[in-house]
Design a protein around this ligand. Sequence first.
Ligand code: GDP
Ligand code: MG
Length: 163
Amino acid sequence: MSVLVAIVGRPNVGKSTLFNRLVGRRIALVDDTPGVTRDRREADGRIGDLRFKVLDTAGYEDVTDGSLEDRMRQQTEMAIRDADVILFMIDARAGVTPLDERFAQVLRKAGKAVHLVGNKAEGRGAEPGLVEAYRLGFGEPIALSAEHGLGLADLHAIVSEAV
Ligand code: GDP
Ligand code: MG
């Protein structure tokens, strides 16, 4: 059975961009409009020699019933339940937002290891956000640039522990 890696976090941090990079196909929708990925997407992913399943989460903006908060919690809890590796993504350039804090609250109850990922970390604009990220309580953030393909070696190390 293959390991399932879930990417969770608030809209617009770059979850689908990472998903696309790991899957190598344009399956997930990426857009400048936050939260355009409409449903849960699962596909085969790889980093070098490492193969696994990857799960993209989103759809929070498309709520027709229930609050945004409810919907976020639902998707995140589903990912927590199913995943072997949980990647909690924030936008390192934006720093820690109140919505990130609320995700952190849900993830803290996971009872599974959560790996914090600071995306958009290309360039020095991400440094303050990466430092701020420690306060979420998940230890050292992995500095990543999903768009530029930076930090994948660190991600490889995390995923290979679970494979
Ligand atoms: P999602 O809502 O979390 O799935 O985020 P998306 O993957 O749709 O990305 C949201 C926006 O962030 C898009 O405009 C992406 O091009 C941009 N983005 C994603 N990854 C990076 C990155 O590593 N660096 C920068 N600068 N922008 C990124
Ligand atoms: Mg998305």
